[in-house]
Design a protein around this ligand. Structure first.
Ligand code: PLP
Length: 356
């Protein structure tokens, strides 16, 4: 606290990111990073960008990247917005589209950055409880609102809402913007980008941090009607004209072009997830059905807090949220098969000790 702070800063409750430990040799399954390196072509493109041109500002519109994304999804570049990580794209959406007279709606269990953006931009919001088995019931959103946002698959539950349900929701709320945060869509869902041509109130946001292994490069994007995209551009150009640097633009373009590597690594993660779910269930864990690169699981006989601490003592870091409804759960990122096996073996030792 300081008398020099603005009133706004006094009132903020900032987001707390998952830990990035400085210790080496940990098995890091706490922030849903991809266990595989980025595409070798993306890394080569980044290296190839390091030369005297770094003295120049990058393209403020990152047109090459918009074209690469538009090409991948069969869109026009004017239907695409790019930003410094999808967190920044989300922030601009809260500021430019979701701050309305009626409250914004999002699930009670969801990405914990949403209420933080509401605090920063003064967005009034109301949370809508997930069902008992952590599903989004679109009927629960039939109430006055100034917008709707949720991740699909949802985080940290991993549960997917089918595309047909999303279409119904978007159609039923034609006067509101519906934002679908598809950070994890490549791990088993169908993207709602397929719907944007028909629904001018739908904005889909994705990131290169998860399925494209580029969390360290900070690139995210949105797809939607050009009017929605223009709102994001107006906010962006009132905040930072160059959110993507030269290296990020080059790496992201190459990552989108290397479809083969992308397919290979995401299929591997999907198959590791199926292995991990089965192995956890064999140890009596209750696992929420996941289409993401993480699973949310609880053990009926051990607390989430104790399990997370015991795993940490063995050099394995998972995420534990001290939040209502999920405090007994662990959110475990799907690592390589080796990492998943090490986790499962550690649990085999831990469980008998904790159950006493
Ligand atoms: C990881 C994540 C993001 C943020 O992605 P960045 O592009 O790294 O900022 C956004 N939404 C959800 C639901 C996420 O899990």
């Amino acid at each position: 606290m300081s008398k020099y702070w603005s009133r706004l800063v006094h009132q903020l409750t900032p987001y707390v990111p998952g830990e990035q430990p400085k210790m080496a040799n940990l098995i890091k399954l706490n922030t849903n990073e991809n266990p595989y390196p980025p595409s070798p072509k993306a890394m080569a493109a980044i290296t190839g960008e390091v030369d005297a041109r770094l003295r120049l500002y990058p393209d403020p519109n990152a047109d090459r990247l918009k074209e690469a994304i538009a090409d991948y999804y069969g869109l026009a570049p004017r239907q695409v917005f790019v930003g410094n990580g999808s967190d920044e794209v989300l922030a601009h959406a809260f500021c430019g589209l979701l701050k309305q007279d009626q409250p914004l709606l999002f699930p009670d269990i969801t990405y914990s950055f949403y209420p933080v953006y509401c605090g920063l931009y003064g967005v009034d919001y109301r949370t809508v409880p997930l069902t008992d088995d952590f599903q989004i019931d679109i009927a629960d959103y039939n109430q006055p609102n100034g917008g709707i946002i949720f991740p699909n698959p949802n985080a940290p539950t991993g549960r997917l809402l089918e595309l047909g349900q999303i279409e119904q929701l978007v159609a039923q709320h034609a006067d509101s913007v519906v934002v679908v945060d598809e950070a994890y869509i490549d791990f088993g869902g169908q993207s709602a980008i397929a719907l944007i041509e028909r629904y001018p109130n739908l904005l889909v946001i994705q990131t290169l941090s998860k399925s494209r292994s580029l969390a360290g490069l900070r690139v995210g994007f949105a797809a939607g009607h050009p009017d929605l995209i223009e709102a994001l551009e107006r906010v962006k150009n009132s905040f930072n004209s160059y959110p993507l640097d030269r290296l990020a633009i080059a790496g992201a373009v190459a990552a989108f072009e290397d479809r083969e590597y992308f397919e290979q690594t995401r299929q591997q993660i999907i198959s590791s997830r199926e292995f991990l779910v089965k192995a956890l269930q064999e140890q009596e864990f209750q696992v929420v059905p996941s289409k993401a690169n993480f699973v949310l699981a609880r053990h009926p006989k051990c607390s989430g807090e104790d399990l997370a601490a015991a795993l940490r003592a063995r050099g394995i870091i998972v995420r534990h949220f001290k939040l209502p409804r999920i405090e007994q759960y662990l959110r475990i990122t799907v690592g390589t098969d080796d990492e998943c096996r090490t986790l499962v073996d550690a649990l085999k030792e831990i469980l008998p000790e904790l159950k006493g």
